[in-house]
Ligand binder design. Sequence first.
Ligand SMILES: Cc1cc2nc3c(=O)[nH]c(=O)nc-3n(C[C@H](O)[C@H](O)[C@H](O)COP(=O)(O)OP(=O)(O)OC[C@H]3O[C@@H](n4cnc5c(N)ncnc54)[C@H](O)[C@@H]3O)c2cc1C
Length: 402
Amino acid sequence: MSAGAQGERAASGLPVRGAGESAAARFGELTDVQAAVQRTFADFADRELVPVASRLDEKGELDRALFKKVGELGFFGMRYPVELGGSAADTLSLCLAAEELARGWLSLAAGSMMQALMGTWLVYRSGNAELHERLLKPAILGEKIGTICMTEPDAGSDLKGITTRADPEGDGYRITGKKTWITNAPVADFFTVFAKTGKTLSTFVVEARTEGVRVGRPIGKMGVRSSPTSEVFFDGAYVPKSQRVGDEGQGADYLAEILPQIRTVTGALALGVGRAAFDAARRYSLERKQFGKPIAEFQAVKLKIAAMATELFATEQVVRRAATLADRGASSAGVAAICKSFASESAARVCDDAARVLASYGYSTDYPVERYLRDVRFTLIGGGTPEILALAIAREALEGAP
Ligand SMILES: Cc1cc2nc3c(=O)[nH]c(=O)nc-3n(C[C@H](O)[C@H](O)[C@H](O)COP(=O)(O)OP(=O)(O)OC[C@H]3O[C@@H](n4cnc5c(N)ncnc54)[C@H](O)[C@@H]3O)c2cc1C
């Protein structure tokens, strides 16, 4: 086996797979369609993302050309019905595609996942044919960009503390408040906004061009630098009732619906970054010589390689299982929380070990490992911190599930 080649495969199920054929695919655990999805996005990541990700990430902006290509591969429509321009793919396929995109470049994968799920899901769930035509169909093609506005400066983990208000006026509402940490906000055409209607929470689709909507400057970030994130200000922005999603007061139900989905796919994103870090550390350990031999021959380095392979093997099983349970309608808030928590903590450890294997080169911006180490921390935070996920897991565990 040569040390440097991308895409070489181990006979075992261990995660030695630059070109993306996973243990599940190797052992025939994926359907033909799922395996084809995985191959398509793995090839795209290897050809179009891996070679340019570090250089483009320094720009700190969404790469519209690559974003469009992700759309052309069908990623943005995977969760939506064929009649709306989607492909009605299952959650496992979405996770396989997300994992490969994240292996290539987490910034682009995060922005793309926002578009494929969080930023468009509630427009779809509105059931409003006019919104489907005007916003969802173009979003599936990557021609319009959507995002989700839950977080506020004083309401992060505690979304019950949202203070953005939607006050009834005429045949609609005026929305007033401030959101923060909104992925893709600087490039968004529309926002799904959670706002209080009296004491309850409701959800609205607000277009960026609406009078009273203003996007702040991008927030400087440690990682996922090319997934732009901003504050969004709503200063009495008027939306007609037809842009309310569901009934007044249904916002909490929609949060309960979307958060487990976000958490399952974030597990897949974390797995992708972890695999990228493992690939880099493995190749480096076979090539780098010290004391006259490849560092992979030293037991201390072998222990790190073994630890990383073990983490990724386990993480792959957790993410696949959570996605499969979601497809069977058998997942739960606890399972989705386990998926994100396990995968992001595990991937963070793998990225740290990889940086140690590369030592000074893991600290150098000439190698991608320092970026993986910075980027992976996003998967720990976005969609809920490990502490908040632990509350969801404990709640179910104490009730006797999962
Ligand atoms: C890069 C990035 C992109 C993001 N994109 C979006 C987006 O597009 N849309 C969006 O709405 N949000 C987005 N977010 C926001 C993200 O979901 C929140 O940052 C996250 O939910 C945590 O909120 P917080 O940062 O305010 O932390 P806080 O809630 O202030 O938490 C601070 C600390 O206290 C702990 N803590 C809080 N409450 C409890 C508790 N009850 N028990 C134990 N510990 C607790 C937390 O675990 C954490 O360690 C993004 C965040 C990042 C970093």
